[in-house]
Each structure stands twice: as structure tokens, then as C-alpha cells.
Design a protein around this ligand. Structure first.
Ligand code: PMP
Length: 372
């Protein structure tokens, strides 16, 4: 007998949207090479162009600024290859930023500067004395806590101080508006599977004045910035997901209300629980909840057995037992960080999903008296 599942792990990967699935399937039959001049080739090119325009609209960029990549890990890695004197990265950034920053530092002698974060997850870049010629990486929204960085304010500050910004915006589209024109970032990374598109496709948005060398050079694709025959089906799915994600912004108040209800009832059932980043601006769909004395890994397994998918910190690091580097960088005590689970909602989340989660929470986490 199959058990009904409740999926509350949108920040790890969102369910494939029907319109993205349809676009992928249809594009698989468009077999021409998008670089070919014949009719078949032009059909494939049209799909790529249409998707590029949709993604540009999602983030208010120029279509010419969108370069397709295999995902945000590739986009982040690429953005860090420019010849900077210094790279500034906070401990709360995703591994796909932190690891290439460390690699660039080791291989090219680029100085890396660790930016501090407050206990609420906000990056403090002003007190570190970043000089001109620094690339500062600043995520728009954290994948574990949902805490937002004010990239726009940072962009104004960066312009005055000769600093450039790379923004990892993977968790933001469809949840909060993104405006590449006013953000103040030189480059910005996106990933399709976080917005209901297929996995293995993403983009780096590159402003015209970014001193970024091509990623791959063996072909003329993507205006010679990223060689290789285009992943037309993935790109078409990404485009369809981008159009749907833009529409989803209207659904934000509903998702936020469900998330707020979940947190309020968790705190009522278990007053010792702590909502991390609660005092900072956050994504409307994400809740990071610590329950000191419990192990997040064990909680995830118990919830899974109860039919509910949540995560302990970042899914990208699942299989790796230990403490989240994000929560550690926020200065949280190890027993708090080790107990934190992440619940992330999306467009298909219903009141029934929240009720199922709360019933399981009370059963799994509540002491007999509190849960009664
Ligand atoms: N940055 C953030 C904030 C993420 O959450 C993720 C995915 N977990 C990535 C980058 C990597 O994206 P991708 O899966 O497309 O490589």
C-alpha cells in the first residue's frame, strides 16, 4: 500500500512543474543542433531563445546577459574565476561558492576574506575593510534559513568602494522579486530545479562590464562564453519553469501564511524550539527550527517514516553527518545547530500538508504533557 507523502523540502529541489515537463518532452523531439542554420537547427534555436527571454524576464535582465550552465554550482564556480585580487565570502554561503573560492585562493594566490555573519544570519561586510579590487560574494537568500541579504544596499556600498558583487540568487526566484538591473551585482547565479524546472540546468547572468573569461572555449555557443552544444530540453524546461515562477509571486502571501502558522504552532507545542533567523527578513517559504536535545538527522528519518520529507540543513550535504556550516557561521551553539531541521514550502503545499507536519511534530518532538 502506498502511503501519501508530504513534501516539505522545496529548497533542496522543487517538484517538476507540469509545464516544465511538457516543455522538456516536446524539446526532446526538436533534434536539430541549435547552431545549425537549417530549419531543424532554427527550431532548436527558437526554443533556446524563448527560454532565454523568459529567464531574463524573471530576473529583469537583458536576454544577452543570460548564459546557460549545467546549474548553479557551475555558475558560482565560473563567477569566481575572474582575476580578482581578493575574494570575500561569508561562512553562511553555499559550498558551491565557498569551495571554489578556497580553490582559487590556493591555486592563484588570491586572498580570501571571511565575512562575519550575525546570529540572525545577516552578513556584515562593512566592518572588514574590503578594498577596491575585491569580489564580494553575497547570496540573496540562504538555502537553510531563508534569511535574506540586502544585496541592493550592498551594491550601492560596493560601487562607492570599488568592490564587485557576485550574487547567488538560487533560492529567490518565484519567492521574492529579483531585479538584476537594480541589484548591484555584476554576476548572478540561478538553478532551474529550485523553481520546478529540470535538474542539471542553470544560468549565470553576466552584466556587460563583467571582466569574466569564457568558461569553455571549444565552440561559439553562448556568444563564445560557454562552449558546448546547448542542452535544449533542459533549457526549454528552465524557461517554462521561469514563466511559472514569475506567476507564483502572487502565491507568496498564501505560502507565507502557511509557514507562519507552522512556526506558531510548533512554538506552542514545543516552547523550547527556536526558529533560526526569525528576526531577520526571510524568504516566505522557509523555516529553520532547532530543538535542542534532539538530533536533526534522527528527526529527518522519523519524519520520513511518518511520510514527511524535510531536511537537516542542506540536502547537498546529506549523507554527511555533522553540523551545518551555515548555522555554525551564525555563531549558534553546537547543540542548537545539530538539532536544526529545515522545512521549506512551495506552490503545491496545502493546509493538509501543514496539518500532517504538525501532527507528526507533536508526536515525534512534543513531551507528553506539551503535546497533549
Ligand atoms: N546555491 C544555493 C544557495 C543552493 O541552495 C544550491 C543548491 N542546493 C546551489 C547553489 C547549487 O545549485 P545546483 O544544484 O544547480 O548546482
Amino acid at each position: 500500500m502506498s502511503v501519501a507523502r508530504t513534501y516539505l523540502d522545496y529548497n533542496a529541489s522543487a517538484p517538476l512543474r507540469p509545464e516544465a515537463r511538457d516543455a522538456v518532452v516536446a524539446a526532446l523531439d526538436v533534434f536539430g543542433n541549435a547552431s545549425s542554420v537549417h530549419t531543424e537547427g532554427r527550431r532548436a534555436r527558437a526554443l533556446v531563445d524563448e527560454a532565454r527571454a523568459s529567464i531574463a524576464e524573471l530576473v529583469n535582465a537583458d536576454p544577452a546577459e543570460i548564459v546557460f550552465t549545467s546549474g548553479a554550482t557551475e555558475a558560482n564556480t565560473w563567477a569566481l574565476t575572474a582575476p580578482w585580487d581578493r575574494i570575500a565570502v561569508a561562512g553562511i554561503e553555499h559550498d558551491s561558492v565557498r569551495a571554489p573560492a578556497a580553490q582559487t585562493a590556493a591555486e592563484r594566490g588570491v586572498k580570501t576574506i571571511e565575512l562575519p555573519a550575525t546570529p540572525d544570519g545577516t552578513v556584515d561586510y562593512k566592518t572588514v575593510g574590503l578594498g577596491a579590487g575585491t569580489l564580494m560574494v553575497l547570496q540573496r537568500a540562504n538555502n537553510e534559513t531563508g534569511v535574506l541579504q540586502d544585496v541592493e544596499a550592498a551594491g550601492l556600498w560596493a560601487t562607492e568602494n570599488g568592490v564587485r558583487i557576485h550574487c547567488d540568487a538560487v533560492q529567490a526566484p518565484g519567492r521574492i522579486p529579483i531585479n538584476f538591473r537594480t541589484l548591484g551585482a555584476t554576476t548572478l547565479s540561478l538553478s532551474a530545479h529550485k523553481i520546478g524546472g529540470p535538474k542539471g540546468i542553470g544560468a549565470l547572468v553576466i552584466s556587460g562590464n563583467a571582466p569574466l573569461p569564457p568558461l569553455f572555449t571549444g565552440g561559439g555557443q553562448e556568444v563564445r562564453r560557454r562552449a558546448g552544444t546547448e542542452n535544449v530540453a533542459g533549457i526549454a524546461g528552465f524557461g517554462a519553469a521561469a514563466r511559472a515562477a514569475l506567476r507564483d509571486l502572487a502565491d507568496t502571501p498564501r505560502v507565507a501564511a502557511l509557514r507562519d502558522q507552522l512556526e506558531a504552532e510548533v512554538l506552542r507545542a514545543t516552547p523550547e524550539a527556536v526558529v533560526l533567523g526569525a528576526n531577520a527578513p526571510r524568504l516566505p517559504n522557509t523555516s529553520s527550527i532547532a530543538l535542542p536535545g534532539h538530533s536533526a538527522e534522527t528527526l529527518v528519518i522519523k519524519f520520513d517514516l511518518a511520510g514527511i520529507a524535510i531536511s537537516a540543513g542542506a540536502a547537498c550535504s546529506s549523507g554527511k553527518v555533522g553540523q551545518s556550516h551555515v548555522l555554525t557561521a551564525m555563531g549558534l551553539a553546537p547543540e542548537v545547530a545539530r538539532s536544526a531541521i529545515r522545512v521549506s514550502l512551495g506552490t503545491q503545499t496545502t493546509e493538509q500538508d501543514i496539518a500532517a507536519f504538525l501532527a507528526a511534530w507533536k508526536r515525534i518532538c512534543g513531551s507528553a504533557s506539551l503535546a497533549a
